[in-house]
Design a protein around this ligand. Structure first.
Ligand code: IMP
Ligand code: MG
Length: 182
């Protein structure tokens, strides 16, 4: 698996430092100010980031998960967002939600989800992403909490996959081009 990686883009240490910084920003904004702070992780890519982030946040967050799909097979986005596993809560109107994502690419997934959660009656909705590829935006979208900006390259590891592979790598890397063309 490691042989398929061309170069490491974000090391384990950088991921750790970034997560610490974001957790501190979230604590600064929410400590003592929210009855129900909910980290809403988007399956499956956000799982490692969510797990690290929740341990570092001191303002006692609650955890929820949703599953959406925006990507088809490979490295191309399908352009449409589909909810596969929905959020189920009675008290959504009491919840300050922070949607937790692995990466923002076109911006479609998060802009769709923010609208969806507001329509469902959430008290507030913010977004948090480990990685951001601003050069790829198709819809205008700025995350509230942003980890590391990456260039327009397809990245894998720490939750991010290529056809369901490489999610378990502890760092974020770029795949060798021949892996796509196999
Ligand atoms: P968006 O809706 O185009 O912003 O896409 C966001 C989703 O696309 C992410 O949650 C990822 O699942 C996927 N994605 C975008 N870029 C990459 C990448 O470089 N590697 C792996 N998955 C990616
Ligand atoms: Mg994803």
């Amino acid at each position: 698996m490691q042989n398929d990686i061309l170069k490491i883009l974000v090391t384990e240490k950088e991921i750790e430092e970034t997560t610490e910084r974001i957790a501190a920003e979230i604590d600064r904004d929410y400590a003592g100010k929210s009855e129900h702070l909910v980290l809403l992780g988007i399956l499956k890519g956000s799982v490692p980031f969510l797990a690290e982030l929740m341990k570092k946040i001191k303002s006692n967050p609650e955890i929820e998960l949703m599953k959406v799909s925006s990507y088809g097979k490979g490295t191309r986005s399908s352009g449409s967002v589909k909810i596969i596993l929905d959020w189920q809560r009675e008290n959504i109107e009491e919840c300050d939600i922070i949607v937790v994502e692995d990466i923002i690419d076109s911006g479609r997934t998060l802009s769709y989800l923010c609208e969806y959660l507001k329509q469902k009656g959430a008290k507030s909705v913010r977004t948090c992403t480990l990685l951001d590829k601003p050069s790829r935006r198709e819809v205008e979208f700025e995350p509230d909490y942003c980890g590391i900006q990456v260039p327009d390259e397809f990245v894998v590891g720490f939750g991010l996959d290529y056809d369901e592979m490489y999610r378990a790598l502890p760092y974020i890397g770029v795949l060798k081009p021949e892996v796509y063309t196999k």
